[in-house]
Design a protein around this ligand. Structure first.
Ligand SMILES: C[S@@+](CC[C@H](N)C(=O)[O-])C[C@H]1O[C@@H](n2cnc3c(N)ncnc32)[C@H](O)[C@@H]1O
Length: 219
């Protein structure tokens, strides 16, 4: 993962830049942070910490990831962003992140995580629990091919590689054929703006995760 995420694809970074642009306009629920024009963010499934560069200066960042092997890489990355007040990784799943207080964060960010979680509904309920009323959930996920007429082969390949267990075995439980938009729509957010799109991925092998979903939901 560290090797794969080290070299950032400029076009993919543009997609993220666009998605996260509105973070800068969020006003914190916390009076002290509000005074400093800062916000409180929780990132679920932080991995090596690839999203630091998209967070507004002064952000207070809490992070959760169940894989303890990411701690070293995350700690190396966070050193490069002294403008972000990042905390140590809480080593747990999003489904079990009970240490994070209810109604305590302005924003939850999750990128490329729902493909490998055990219980999508449970994690979405936890996100709703920790967000303040009016708080925002930013998501970016790869999903099952949504144009079966044009890209039916990719859809079949995604199903095959997932159902035979080959892809989950190679990529730490990752499933290629989930469609998360309906789960997010049904979770109980007051609004959801989600867009299916094709991510600008140049590596031929990873074109299988080109169909993606990005958006923002509000509690
Ligand atoms: C493909 S990586 C994505 C990492 C990072 N968010 C990114 O965009 O590069 C998937 C991450 O989700 C984490 N993860 C897997 N299951 C999880 C769960 N149930 N709750 C939270 N994170 C989980 C993994 O440990 C891994 O760090």
């Amino acid at each position: 993962m560290s090797r794969l995420t080290k070299e950032k694809d400029a076009k993919l970074e543009e997609v993220k830049k666009d998605l996260f642009a509105s973070l800068g306009a969020i006003v914190s629920h916390d009076p002290q942070l509000r005074k400093n024009k800062a916000i409180k963010i929780l990132e679920v499934g932080v991995g090596t910490g690839v999203n630091f560069s998209h967070y507004p200066n002064g952000s207070h960042l809490t992070v959760v990831d169940p894989n303890p092997h990411f701690v070293k890489y995350y700690n190396d990355n966070r050193k490069k962003f002294p403008n972000i007040h990042s905390q140590d990784i809480i080593v747990t799943t999003g489904e079990e992140m009970d240490q994070v207080e209810s109604n305590s964060v302005d924003v939850v960010v999750m990128t490329l995580v729902l493909c490998s979680v055990g219980h999508t509904d449970k994690i979405l309920q936890q996100i709703l629990r920790v967000l303040v009323p009016g708080g925002k959930f930013y998501f970016l996920e790869h999903i099952r091919e949504f144009d079966s007429e044009k890209y039916g082969i990719r859809q079949k390949l995604q199903d095959f590689l997932t159902e035979t267990g080959i892809w989950p075995l190679l990529f730490d439980g990752c499933c290629l054929n989930r469609d998360m938009l309906s789960a997010i729509n049904e979770a109980g957010f007051s609004s959801v703006i989600g867009e299916r799109f094709y991510a600008p991925i140049s590596n031929f092998f990873f074109k299988i995760i080109q169909p993606q979903l990005k958006g923002v939901a509000e509690k």
